[in-house]
Design a protein around this ligand. Structure first.
Ligand code: GLV
Ligand code: MG
Length: 325
């Protein structure tokens, strides 16, 4: 995977909060989510948007977000609101913000527009140039067919996000439950193609891949099922629309304890055996399992996910004291 020099942030659970509701923003401060995004786009009615910008600036500058990643979703570039969203929020609270989310991205040029605008605002306001990251939503066919160039468009990019609701609408998919399978498609996962394509474009550029919302907020089992699919595919996290989905997201996108322990044990065993003390061999045994450089890379993925989730190893491999093992 190409190296990404952006800060590495956990994004198992990404909570959507309407910027029009100071009450909901306040409540979000108490939820155990990895990321909060304050929304100026589809969760705010047109007449609410100017007021929502002010609410968001106030909520960010007031603070109280702990170590959650703080993101604002602005409106898309086809609207009259996008430029003013970025200017008002970043001028007002740029130092208290981590990333700007751009919805309905259709081309690399749209990401570059945001990159340039952020640089100008950072320069004019004495903010560190390049600190703010970009999250790009892919939610329609044009965005999906251009996702490879979009994912390579800016060094500010941190994630590519799938937007199932707008994607279903714009591609004429015959379903009404956001994030769930369209009725009648009984031969597989109707979202496999966009999810896999987004994942490849993200990974090819060292970015995270995030799955979008599941709108049946009372059906936590349904959420687990849908989230489990994108987690198995390799996605890093998923949106949550309701406090009831948070625990499921954090669990589904964290490794299981036994996998985390195993991964850390593989890393230790491999490091030991490739060192001079351990005999400097390239392939070694851990119990009945043969491990080599490829196993080390697989283990590293799980170990990093677990460390980001604050996991601690339970089952510690005892390292041999001599050169054998
Ligand atoms: C999210 O923005 C979606 O359209 O699903
Ligand atoms: Mg959308």
């Amino acid at each position: 995977m190409p190296e990404n020099t952006r800060p590495q942030r956990a994004r198992r659970s990404c909570l959507a909060v309407p910027g029009s509701s100071p009450k909901m923003m306040d409540k979000a401060r108490g939820l155990r989510v990895d990321q909060v995004f304050l929304d100026l786009e589809d969760a705010c009615a047109p007449l609410e948007k100017p007021g929502a910008r002010k609410n968001i600036v106030a909520a960010l500058t007031e603070g109280g977000w702990g170590d959650r990643t703080r993101v604002v979703r602005v409106n898309d570039l086809s609207t009259e609101w996008a430029y003013r969203d970025v200017i008002e929020v970043v001028e007002g609270a740029g130092a208290s913000l981590d990333c700007v989310m751009l919805p309905k991205v259709q081309s690399a040029a749209q990401v570059q527009w945001l990159d340039v605008l952020l640089t100008q605002i950072e320069l004019a306001n004495g903010l560190e140039v390049g600190r703010l990251g970009i999250e790009a939503q892919i939610e329609d066919p044009r965005g999906l067919v251009n996702v490879e160039s979009i994912a390579a468009a800016s060094p500010r990019l941190e994630t590519i996000i799938f937007g199932p609701a707008d994607f279903m609408a714009s591609s004429n998919m015959r379903g009404l439950v956001v994030g769930d399978q369209p009725p009648g498609y009984d031969v597989g996962d109707a979202f496999h193609y966009p999810l896999a394509r987004i994942l490849m474009a993200a990974r090819a550029n060292g970015l995270q891949a995030i799955d979008g919302p599941y709108a049946q907020i009372r059906d936590v089992e349904g959420y687990r099922r849908v989230a489990g699919r994108s987690a198995a595919l390799g996605f890093d996290g998923k949106w949550v629309l309701h406090p009831g989905q948070v625990e499921a997201a954090n669990e589904v996108f964290s490794p299981r304890q036994q996998d985390y322990d195993h991964a850390e044990n593989i890393l230790d065993a491999y490091e030991f055996s490739t060192s001079v003390d351990g005999g400097a061999r390239g392939a070694v045994m851990l119990g009945d399992e043969m491990i080599d450089e490829a196993s080390r890379k697989m283990a590293l993925v799980i170990a990093l996910q677990g460390r980001a989730a604050g996991m601690k190893r339970h089952d510690i491999w005892s390292r041999p004291t001599g050169g054998e093992g």
